[in-house]
Design a protein around this ligand. Structure first.
Ligand SMILES: Nc1ncnc2c1ncn2[C@@H]1O[C@H](COP(=O)(O)OP(=O)(O)OP(=O)(O)O)[C@@H](O)[C@H]1O
Length: 539
């Protein structure tokens, strides 16, 4: 160690020694500014280093999270697609009714938080009762708006239910079911998703829904109606469902054997599908019930459907919404063993004299010409439907008419109409039976008429004798008897006077009709030889 350094150490002071490589000291002012800049610079560089570092870290973290989220969604999607099955039930299809009932029974919407309150409706099945108080129950129902998806357990599986479809303008559910109803809007759909690997679970669920529906409707006949083409938008056909209490076959009063033969025939048809297949004959059967109004044609079909457990799909060709393509669609959406009913089938092919002698209940003004309604359905369109073109087999087809003579021979040929059943005005035997249906012996004392010591059977005979043979329909007699629900004696004695009054009224109606016809200016003679009223020149 050099001597001066050693001396410095001994003195206890250290004098900075300039190393030869260090730059010479600068002026005091210059040093200060140099020192400030460098600290700012270093602070800035430190800051920017930490900022960029944090940003990068954040970026990495965000990317990691997003990637994780996407991977998770992907997994969920994969899981959803692979391990769940979804089906859609669209309103207008019969299966929609099954699922509505099923969900109601499962009380799926009990956690709904948005309701439309409505007055009680005996037909509504789709409501939640908010109170256990019987009087409240009877007066108001809470119909869920069904917006939120609901999860529920069925036989140990998780099932999710969702609903779609707008509700005609406002978001209000109207009518007995949670779908738009006659207020427009698209058809409602219900989506059911079952979370399971087993595909059969879903079909089991649908079958369960169907069986419950059949069970609930056992005391009823289910009638699907096709009100209008645009009811729920294109594709929707059977838009309304009605439930009628099943009518016993014995309540239909017809000549002996008529109804039994009909039921046996339909039952045999349903039981012999294989025979039809082996014989190469299309498995369908057509029936035409014809005769005057009010003689029991429709009642027979309802009672038969009830006895054979069939659902009725009824449509009217008079509706202007029904054309060939609609008819085809409607017929092909009827499930197997459904009964297609076309009432008043002749109205599709109105004859020329309809304009002169309207039977549609439209009062004719003197001299006025009101054209009879014409259907948009063509004969060939109707024949295609009856032939079952494009639709499943195993269906019964029933038609009714008051004018069999107006029907085209092509429509009546076997294979289309296999059985024709004629209905007539009431015979004395039918009048007798009708009286006893109103006043059964069991409910009325042995001597219903104590003065003459006669029972209801004798009164029924007197009633039948007072009704001229085949002049009145059963519906007309039923109307008369309804005025005497608990008074068989008055009913039996009063029928002759009623008959007189009815016949006098008919004569008067005929007279007025004849007079109107005479006053209506005629312009020629139609192809059928009948006079044509003004406005009918081109017919
Ligand atoms: N043969 C019958 N047996 C029992 N009830 C009958 C009979 N005919 C008519 N009725 C009663 O009359 C009413 C009308 O009957 P329904 O509608 O079956 O007659 P319809 O022949 O189909 O008439 P339309 O040709 O006008 O459609 C029903 O209430 C039904 O109970």
């Amino acid at each position: 160690m050099p001597l001066h350094s050693l001396l410095d150490q001994i003195r206890g002071r250290t004098t900075p020694r300039l190393r030869p490589e260090q730059p010479p000291p600068k002026a005091p002012g210059h040093v200060a500014s140099s020192l400030g800049l460098s600290s700012i610079g270093s602070t800035f560089s430190q800051l920017s280093q930490s900022y960029i570092g944090s940003s990068i870290k954040l970026l990495l973290l965000g990317s990691l999270i997003e990637t994780g989220r996407r991977a998770f969604c992907w997994l969920i999607d994969r899981f959803g697609v692979r391990y769940s099955t979804t089906v859609r039930f669209t309103q207008g299809d019969p299966s929609y009714e099954w699922i509505v009932l099923f969900l109601t029974q499962e009380n799926v919407w009990r956690r709904s938080r948005e309701f439309v309150v409505s007055a009680s409706n005996s037909r509504r099945k789709w409501a939640v009762r908010a109170s256990s108080d019987a009087t409240v129950k009877a007066n108001a129902e809470y119909v869920p708006t069904y917006k939120t998806p609901q999860l529920f357990r069925w036989r140990g599986y998780w099932v999710e239910v969702k609903r779609s479809g707008n509700v005609g303008g406002g978001d209000v559910d109207v009518g007995p079911y949670p779908y738009p109803g006659p207020y427009g809007g698209e058809a409602g759909s219900i989506y059911i998703t079952v979370y399971t690997l087993d595909m059969n679970v879903l079909s089991d669920l649908v079958e369960d829904a169907r069986l419950r529906y059949l069970e609930v409707n056992r005391p009823n006949v289910v009638i699907h109606l096709s009100d209008s083409q645009n009811h729920y938008g294109p594709g929707q056909t059977w838009t309304t469902v009605k439930h009628k209490i099943r009518r016993p076959l014995s309540s239909i009063i017809l000549p002996p054997g008529v109804i039994d033969t009909l039921v046996q025939d339909a039952q045999e048809f349903l039981n012999t599908e294989n025979w039809y297949i082996e014989a190469g004959i299309p498995h369908r059967r057509g029936y035409l019930l014809h005769g005057p109004p009010g003689t029991g044609k429709t009642s027979t079909i309802y009672a038969l459907a009830g006895a054979l457990n069939l659902e009725i799909y009824s449509l009217s060709l008079a509706s202007h919404a029904v054309d060939d393509s609609f008819l085809q669609r409607a017929a092909s959406s009827i499930p197997k063993h459904g009964l297609l009913l076309i009432e008043d089938i002749d109205c599709a092919f109105a004859s020329r004299d309809d304009d002169i002698y309207p039977n549609h209940g439209i009062p004719h003004l003197p001299g006025a010409h009101i054209p009879a309604p014409r259907s948009k359905v063509t004969l060939s369109g109707l024949l295609n439907v009856i032939d079952g073109v494009g639709s499943e087999e195993g269906k019964l087809f029933f038609a009714t008419t008051n004018h069999i003579d107006r029907l085209d021979a092509a429509l009546l040929r076997p294979g289309r109409i296999d059985r024709k059943v004629a209905y007539g005005l009431t015979t004395p035997a039918q009048a007798h039976a009708l009286f006893l249906r109103f006043f059964p012996v069991a409910r009325f004392p042995v001597f219903a008429d104590p003065e003459k010591a006669t029972g209801v059977d004798a009164l029924a005979a007197a009633f039948a004798a007072g009704v001229p043979e085949e002049l009145f329909s059963t519906a007309e007699l039923q109307g008369f008897l309804q005025g005497y629900k608990t008074r068989p004696v008055e009913a039996a004695h009063g029928v002759s006077a009623w008959v007189e009054a009815e016949l006098a009224e008919r004569r008067e109606r005929e007279r007025r009709k004849e007079e109107r016809r005479r006053r209506t200016p005629m312009v020629g003679v139609g192809l059928d030889g009948l006079p044509l009223p003004e406005g009918n020149k081109n017919v």
